[in-house]
Ligand binder design. Structure first.
Ligand code: PLP
Length: 393
């Protein structure tokens, strides 16, 4: 293998770039995880997560797990065999969550949708209104659908649920929105939030997180699906102790402590504004490329476009996988591929986590370079459009 100079750029929508400060924070010895020193770190992290999730009162429970683990924990803690869950279809991740729920033996119901538009809150409300016997136990929503680059309007979904007067829990996957886009656990009446460490929190993969409302904690007391490692009843039974079944993942907490400190230093609202700016710059670039029947934005409705990931639809007949493989091989820029039925049709630009203007512009310029080099139809001036936007905003 010949040496290929320069750093590799990670522009997939997670895992994201891990800041040197976070890596450095992990470079320390293990501690006794029941020592007062570690319990203090744990408590500080739980308080920091509450701030990021915008909740005063939710229980925060973390596991040595991926997002899939926190998905499963949300379900097994709140449901009993035979329960019905409503999952509005958003894309690959609503489908994967549904398959996971199906595997537990529960019943799921889809609200079918095209993947290039957001959930229609009215459709959720109508289905709940029709459920006069209150059979539906929970509505499970992917806040930011990472496979399509579409953000869903949680406040409107909550309002539709309230308007229907239905007691279903609202469970929200915040895996690619937390600490990147606005999320308000308390204000939006979320009952269970599902989060992971490797995106907006800027940490390695390996910490799954749930935030749980008092209502969901109460439901969990009587839910009978089997669970052990993830059991909220066990994990929250002893106040001020470690909330882990078994050894705590110490180094993930060292990382989390540092990641949360960095978010607090930048200021959460500034973090969200940075994501919004970089997201808009990306969209300006893709819009410029989309003239001449070129590549285009997958999400059709502008207000529904995500600030953490942009999905780019390739022109008919162009293989997105071949394009991004060549970008990685020749230019060391890693882009996300299309998931599920979008495989080969879209590529995804991740713009979340520890990212600044030059990192984004490097990726956009490389994409533009490859659109030209690989002979893919596109309009000129994508990078210039992104630069103009950043210069003026
Ligand atoms: N949900 C969303 C929205 C995601 O983006 C992902 C991963 O990218 C997952 C769930 C699954 O998380 P994990 O890969 O950590 O299990």
């Amino acid at each position: 293998m010949t040496y290929r100079p320069g750093r590799e750029f990670l522009n997939i929508p997670g895992p994201t770039n891990i800041p040197d400060r976070v890596l450095g924070a992990m470079h320390r010895p293990a501690l006794d995880f029941l020592s007062p020193e570690f319990i203090a770190i744990n408590q500080e992290c739980l308080a920091g997560l509450r701030a990021v999730l915008k909740t005063e009162s939710a229980e925060i429970i973390a596991y040595a797990a991926t997002g899939h683990g926190s998905w499963e924990a949300a379900i097994t803690n709140t449901c009993s065999p035979g329960d019905l869950l409503l999952l509005p279809e958003t894309g690959n991740f609503s489908e994967s969550w549904r398959r996971m729920i199906d595997a537990t033996g529960l019943r799921t119901e889809n609200i079918a949708s095209e993947w290039n538009v957001a959930i229609k809150p009215d459709a959720v409300g109508a289905r709940l209104k029709a459920d006069t016997g209150h059979e539906i136990k929970a509505v499970c929503v992917v806040h930011n659908e990472t496979s399509t680059g579409i953000i869903n309007d949680l406040a409107a979904i909550r309002a539709a649920m309230d308007e229907a007067g239905h007691p279903a829990l609202l469970m929200v996957d915040t895996i690619s929105s937390l600490a990147s886009m606005d999320f308000r656990f308390d204000e939006w009446g979320v009952d269970v939030a599902v989060a992971g460490s490797q995106k907006g929190l800027m940490l390695p993969v390996g910490l799954g997180i749930n935030a749980v409302s008092a209502k969901a904690m109460k439901v969990a007391q009587d839910a009978t699906l089997p669970r052990r490692y993830f059991d909220w009843r066990e994990l929250t039974a002893v106040e001020d102790r470690m909330r882990f079944a078994g050894t705590a993942p110490l180094h993930m907490f060292y990382a989390l402590q540092e990641g949360l400190a960095m978010l607090a230093e930048e200021g959460l609202e500034n973090v969200l504004a940075r994501h919004s700016r970089l997201g808009e710059a990306t969209r300006r670039a893709v819009e410029a490329w989309s003239s001449s029947n070129g590549v285009s934005l997958f999400a059709v409705n502008p207000p529904e476009r995500s600030d953490s990931v942009t999905a780019v639809l390739m022109p008919e007949g162009i293989d997105a996988e071949a394009f991004r493989a060549r970008v990685l091989a020749e230019s060391k820029v890693a882009l996300g591929g299309g998931l599920g039925k979008l495989n080969g049709r879209v590529l995804r630009i991740g713009h979340l986590g520890d990212l600044n203007e030059p990192m984004l512009l490097g990726a956009l310029a490389t994409i533009e370079l490859h659109l030209q080099r690989q002979g893919i139809p596109h309009g000129k001036g994508g990078v210039a459009a992104a630069v103009s936007y950043l210069a003026e905003n």
